[in-house]
Design a protein around this ligand. Structure first.
Ligand SMILES: Nc1ncnc2c1ncn2[C@@H]1O[C@H](COP(=O)(O)OP(=O)(O)O)[C@@H](O)[C@H]1O
Ligand SMILES: [Mg+2]
Length: 332
């Protein structure tokens, strides 16, 4: 089908059964990722970014605690309708994921080479020797120096940045069409962060692999992504291509995040205040716009009626705001 997205999330709602009742950590999000695209999902801690990623791969405990509504179409197939067995075929074959903390995802008892070859051989019939050569190639591709030596080392012998490269090598071992990266550099220092991001961009260009990049850092989004979705309290509040989002944001929350990008001379002893106030608890969400209690532009309507995510006139963005035009006037 022409123009079909690789991944198309439609009205996804992921709910948890908690002591305080049923809460929807992801509440009706729709998002498309085309082949070869890098799409960013950004928002403060707790807004539902990781739950979104885990829902795509159905990594949450489905029996007791979690329910999904909506659709997650991958190449046209709704992943939410697949059996667990079929889902295992998707994970690591079509879609791979890397996490914030590589140490907890690596096995401390196996060498780097053993872990990569295990992944290769669980997906394809190939000899141990051939898989080891492939593993060395993957380590090289991810920029690990002396890969023919590193392949025999254990995770604890590597730095945090090198471990994340190993995780990426494992993720690449089955040639996924989509890589989901959930805050892959949050635990790393700044120079290493930039190197890992450069690596993701390189892999996107060279392998044509799509990337869903989850981050709380708009600076990273600006450098790496083609499109971006801004999340707030389980919803997407704005989505646009990156240039448009940065030059002409349509939601006050996005504008607030943009103003909070730190300046070089900022006092680092003080925490960053992204937007004043707090994210509402999931079991106590405001009735109207979820951002209204923190919003400088909120009026009566914002407190009573929830705005839809809608296309804004004359621009390629969509935003969930009754008063985007006020923002336009002020920024102009
Ligand atoms: N298994 C779970 N049971 C109940 N609530 C959860 C569960 N996992 C996440 N949540 C809640 O869902 C919300 C979104 O979490 P998450 O997606 O991890 O946020 P983030 O954007 O920081 O990645 C949070 O309020 C979190 O407490
Ligand atoms: Mg998270």
């Amino acid at each position: 089908m022409a123009n079909q997205s690789l991944l198309e999330i439609q009205s996804l709602r992921t709910s948890f059964h908690t002591e305080a009742g049923i809460v929807s950590a992801v509440d009706g999000i729709s998002l498309k990722i085309g082949a070869g695209e890098i799409v960013g999902v950004v928002g403060e801690s707790g807004c539902g970014k990781s739950v979104t990623a885990q829902s795509i791969l159905r990594l949450l405990d489905e029996k007791a605690l979690t329910s999904y509504e909506g659709e997650v179409r991958f190449n046209g197939v709704d992943l939410l309708k697949l059996s667990q067995r079929q889902m295992r075929g998707v994970r690591g074959n079509d879609i791979s994921m890397i996490f914030q903390d590589p140490l907890s995802s690596l096995n401390p008892l196996l060498t780097i080479g053993e872990q990569i070859t295990e992944t290769i051989r669980s997906h394809r019939k190939t000899s141990k020797k051939a898989a080891l050569l492939e593993a060395i190639g993957l380590l090289q591709l991810t920029g690990i120096p002396s890969p023919e030596r590193r392949v025999y080392e254990y995770p604890h012998q590597l730095s945090g940045g090198m471990r994340q490269r190993v995780m990426i090598a494992i993720a690449l071992a089955c040639e996924p069409k989509l890589l989901i990266a959930d805050e892959p550099t949050t635990a790393l220092d700044v120079t290493i962060q930039a190197q890992i991001m450069d690596l993701l961009v390189k892999l996107n260009k060279e392998l044509g692999m799509s990337v869903l990049l989850i981050t709380h850092d708009l600076g990273v989004v600006a450098e790496v992504c083609h499109k971006v979705a801004v999340m707030y309290a389980g919803q997407i509040v704005e989505t646009a291509d990156v240039a448009t989002l940065f030059s002409n944001s349509q939601h006050p929350y996005t504008a607030g995040l943009l103003h909070s990008i730190p300046h070089i001379d900022r006092d680092r002893s003080k925490p960053l205040e992204a937007v004043r106030g707090f994210v509402p608890a999931l079991h106590q969400l405001p009735k109207g716009c979820r951002f209204a209690p923190r919003c400088l532009y909120a009026e009566d309507q914002c407190l009573s009626d929830m705005p839809e995510l809608e296309a804004k006139p004359g621009i390629s963005s969509m935003a969930r705001c009754w008063h985007s035009e006020k923002l336009q006037r002020e920024e102009a």
